[in-house]
Design a protein around this ligand. Structure first.
Ligand SMILES: [Zn+2]
Length: 242
């Protein structure tokens, strides 16, 4: 049977013809999937409100020759409602969706860990559990770690010498000891490195208690680290208020 079912986060939608949309999903089992949702722009469509960005849905797909077709969608997490009405949440969420799309390819490997990170991050964003900027930075750091680019914020990223170390170098993978320190290195505030380590490990007590300055410096480092690895800009990151 060319039918399959999967849980998915809606990453993006594009208009197609009069009433249809092409929807880009990050699925639990099949990685990124692009599919046509027919008739969703008609007011009578039952699919309409469900296949919108940020939504977590249980989708049934029909395997097509080029693009698959969405035949059914049931809402699991209506995160769009809690995200779209708040500018801070919306811009953070948009940057998360865009990053998830850039880290995956259509028809490639399943990306279960990334799917779980994204679904968890959007749920947290929609409920206002933590400040949006922190949820975004935690997602970006962990998504990079899942992609094989885990930064180090304590031990030396080159030789493993136990930290904390003062110097930080993006190209070396994070904190560096005096011996491994390249000529281009920065010296972030120790509280910033503590915050980054907390975001990467999911220590929300430390992250939520952090001050404005470490948050701002940490966001700059995360954005630079993301750009270094993706080798291109995540456009929507520029809209996030830091
Ligand atoms: Zn070292």
């Amino acid at each position: 049977m060319p039918l399959y079912r999967d849980e998915a986060v809606v990453l993006r939608t594009q208009k197609l013809g009069e009433a249809d949309r092409i929807v880009t999903f990050l699925t639990r089992g099949r990685g990124r999937v692009r599919a046509v949702a027919k008739g969703v722009r008609k007011t009578s469509s039952r699919l309409g409100g469900r296949v919108e960005p940020f939504m977590l849905v249980d989708v049934q797909f029909y395997e097509g020759r080029s693009l698959d077709i969405v035949t059914q969608a049931e809402t699991i997490g209506a995160y769009g409602l809690g995200i779209a009405g708040d500018y801070g949440r919306y811009t953070a969420g948009t940057a998360m969706l865009e990053t998830a799309e850039q880290l995956t390819e259509t028809g490639a490997e399943p990306a279960l860990q990334l799917f779980l990170l994204l679904a968890g991050g959007l749920r947290s964003l929609a409920s206002g559990e933590h400040p949006p900027g922190l949820i975004l930075d935690a997602f970006l750091l962990r998504a990079l770690a899942v992609a094989g680019w885990a930064p180090s914020f304590t031990d030396c990223a080159r030789c493993g010498d136990p930290g904390p170390h003062r110097a930080f170098a993006l190209a070396s993978g994070g904190s560096v000891c005096p011996t491994c320190r390249p000529s281009v290195a920065t010296a972030p505030h120790p509280l910033t490195l503590d915050l980054l380590a907390a975001l990467l490990s999911g220590d929300w007590d430390v992250a939520d208690a952090s001050g404005e300055r470490p948050r701002r410096e940490a966001s700059g480092i995360v954005a630079a680290y993301l750009q270094w690895h993706l080798e291109r800009q995540v456009r929507s990151l520029r809209l996030v208020e830091r």
